[in-house]
Write a protein that binds this ligand. Structure first.
Ligand code: EPZ
Length: 419
């Protein structure tokens, strides 16, 4: 297995271009199944999870061709399958995003129920609750959930018990061709939800309110196909901003809309960073002294849970104590033990971590456990004295495009050691 080796201590300087967003591309690939047609997707990041969703589409009978860097022609006219197998779903939970599209197109779907994951139990009960409210029958057997709406889905008012991103996406994708209007209350407001709704509307759907807690989907009788450019990855952007801050450097990000990351730039400003925004970019200069801050993760527009581990790495070097509360996932502090191995001073009680800043971190051999935890360890390694090696970096490859190359272009001493 590959490892990443980092020698820390170099302030990062320069410009980095932000890739398309994994969490916007995955649902849009899935959505191409709703209507048999040809779609061109551009600004698609080169990531393992993208390869996985493409494999799943091909398994379901679609044709997918890479036509240029970051560009794919997706042809779903011959897609006829409606089963997402255990092998697929166990590789990537987000495979469950085909549930809504298959219901929209075929009125039935059979997917392997996602198991637990490193960061939490992550059930899909809310996805199924929404489909059942629209008249589908749900049957759980042998680790699979079979959803049958062959009598036709009917619009319904659905109040989500919990704010769920892929939950609202699946219900939206099932409701666009349903009879009547569906209203989703307590809906997730993430930019990726808005991007999916825009894509569906460009196909001829009638969705209003995406980005607000109440989303309306007026069912239509048919859809067309369209082309789309994937929105920038706000979590990748946040990660590079922390890279500049934690190494005492100065970085410029291009290809990112400042509005997408306001909840991250605000927090980094509180830490003492100087930040300037312009049309499609952000400049950050690290503070001389990192200030301690308190962080509470919450659904958009609150502080993203996908940035919790990265900002914790920064706070290990703050002058004073910070409190980080993880409100979204019940097991998202796996990076804490590894950061402690580098000399960080962190105490965890339940979903609350108290981080007392230390003078310095020292490099160490570390183990990645999930995508964002591995990013946090890489950031700590960039600031630490000496060498850090991170194993199981396949986690990183799931969500960061060409991370060593991009970091090296900013002056980092980082390399991949093939395993
Ligand atoms: C999406 O996951 C993202 N993944 C996650 O990013 C992100 O952390 C998460 O949203 C929250 O922002 C993708 O978009 C592919 P949720 P999702 O459903 O949709 C509970 C990354 O690092 N819940 O919003 O699976 C759930 O257990 C990944 O890129 C239910 O109880 O997250 C969690 O505690 C990690 N029942 C909370 O809701 C349900 O039916 C929020 O989960 C659904 C969710």
């Amino acid at each position: 297995m590959d490892k990443i080796e980092i020698v820390g201590g170099t302030p990062l300087r320069g410009t980095v271009h932000i890739s398309g967003a994994k969490n916007a591309a995955l649902p849009i690939f899935a959505a191409t199944l709703i209507n048999g047609g040809q779609y061109t997707l551009s600004n698609v990041p080169d990531l393992k999870d993208i390869t996985t969703i493409i494999h799943l589409l091909v398994e379901l009978g679609a044709k997918v061709e890479k036509t240029a860097p970051g560009q794919y022609l997706v042809d779903t006219r011959d897609a006829g399958g409606f089963e997402a197998t255990y092998d697929m779903v166990k590789t990537m939970r987000a495979s469950c995003l085909v549930l809504g599209p298959l219901m929209g197109r075929f009125g039935r779907a059979k997917i392997s129920l996602p198991g637990g994951c490193a960061i939490g139990e992550r059930p899909i009960d809310q996805h199924l609750k929404g489909l059942a409210a629209m008249g589908a029958r749900i049957n759980l057997e042998h680790g699979y959930v079979e959803v049958d709406g062959s009598n036709g889905l009917v619009g319904a008012r659905i109040t989500m018990d919990i704010v769920t991103v892929t939950g609202v996406m699946n219900i939206m994708m099932a409701a666009v061709l349903a009879k009547g209007t569906t209203v989703i209350e307590n809906a997730a407001r993430e930019p990726e939800v808005v991007a999916l709704a825009s894509f569906l509307n460009a196909m001829g759907a009638k969705i209003t309110g995406a980005g607000s807690p109440e989303v309306f989907i007026e069912g239509v009788s048919r859809l067309g196909s369209t082309d789309v450019t994937i929105i920038p990855d706000r979590i990748e952007a946040g990660t590079y901003m922390v890279a500049g801050a934690i190494t005492g450097g100065e970085v410029e990000l291009t290809g990112i809309r400042p509005a997408l990351i306001a909840n991250i730039t605000d927090k980094l400003r509180e830490c003492g960073c100087q930040i300037r925004e312009n049309g499609d970019g952000v400049w950050l200069k690290a503070p001389n002294v990192i200030k301690p801050v308190n962080v509470n993760t919450s659904p958009f527009p609150g502080f993203p849970t996908d940035m919790q581990a990265q900002i914790m790495a920064l706070l290990t070097l703050a002058q004073g104590a910070s409190v980080v509360v993880e409100n979204i996932f019940e097991n998202r502090f796996m990076h804490v033990a590894e950061l402690r191995r580098m000399g960080a001073d962190i105490t965890v009680v339940g979903n609350t971590a108290t981080i007392r800043g230390v003078q310095k971190l020292s490099g160490a051999p570390l183990m990645a456990t999930d995508l964002r935890a591995s990013a946090s360890l890489a950031l700590a390694g960039l600031a630490a004295e000496g060498q850090t090696s991170i194993s199981r970096v396949y986690h990183l490859d799931r969500g960061y495009e060409r991370i060593e190359e991009k970091m090296r272009a900013l002056g980092a001493n980082i390399r991949r050691v093939k395993g």
